[in-house]
Design a protein around this ligand. Structure first.
Ligand code: HEC
Length: 221
């Protein structure tokens, strides 16, 4: 008589469960133990000059809505507004259509800027990360500084006025009535997209990608 443990199905069951336990240990327990003591930056700590510049621009452009929904332009209100913006990004499902991860393949850095490295994701505003899984629209991890705040406002209000034939939906509920009256969610979302990549040494304008394109066209130089 074979004991139950010698049966083939029992061995397979044991192996299956064993692999599950191993995967759980290597994917959950090991990273938790490894990174437990690594400091994670708070939203306030990742407020930088570029983001404060955009906050001031929002204040000057949308004086009344800004005063009503944000108040003063300080590092603290900036951090709080960034958190709101990120929540809106998550809630509206922007990540269904946009990635936040430039891959080192297919000349992606030429389109969107430098490939990110892991410390960029070590802060409160990246929990959980918004890598995304699909790209109906462009990657947004280096979106900051590429467009102006009023471009974003008009684009969220009615995308096809600035981008004909776009598939991006309208977000009129981010405004109190018209595109020049963004509400707190609207102001937050604009600031959040301007924050993306703002921590890089160069906060690239669209033109900054041109020299890279020329290099590609003339590899000898
Ligand atoms: C159904 C898919 C879809 C969804 C959902 C979507 N987008 Fe888009 N988005 C696009 C497409 C397509 C484009 C490119 C054309 C254009 O500029 O509208 C785009 C463009 C953009 C751009 C301009 C990028 C650039 O500089 O050219 C930004 C910023 C942006 N989206 C942010 C967002 C945010 C924030 C949300 C959530 C509130 C969102 N999108 C939701 C499809 C989508």
């Amino acid at each position: 008589m074979m004991s139950v443990l010698e049966k083939r199905s029992a061995v397979l069951l044991g192996a299956g469960l064993g692999m599950f336990v191993l995967a759980f240990a290597s994917n959950a327990i090991v990273p938790l133990v490894m990174y437990r003591d690594l400091p994670e930056q708070t939203a306030l700590e990742v407020v930088n000059q570029n983001t404060l510049y955009q906050l001031e621009d929002l204040r000057l452009r949308y004086r009344e809505p800004f005063e009503q929904h944000v108040g003063q332009a300080t590092n603290e209100t900036c951090a709080e507004l960034l958190k709101t913006g990120r929540q809106v990004y998550v809630a509206e499902g922007c990540w269904h259509c946009h990635s936040q991860m430039v891959r080192p393949v297919s000349n992606e850095p030429l389109r969107w800027g430098p490939v990110p490295n892991s410390p960029e994701y070590q802060n409160e505003l990246q929990r959980p990360v918004m890598f995304g899984t699909r790209r109906v629209g462009p990657d947004l991890s280096r979106e900051g500084g590429r467009r102006s705040n009023d471009w974003h406002a008009v684009h969220f209000w009615q995308p096809n006025t600035v981008s004909p034939h776009t598939r991006m939906p309208r977000y009129p509920w981010l405004f109190d009535g018209s595109p020049d009256k963004p509400n707190r969610r609207g102001l937050g979302l604009i600031l959040y997209v301007q924050w993306l990549g703002s921590w890089l040494e160069s906060y690239p304008a669209y033109e900054d990608y041109v020299p890279l394109k020329q290099q590609l066209a003339n590899p000898a130089e």
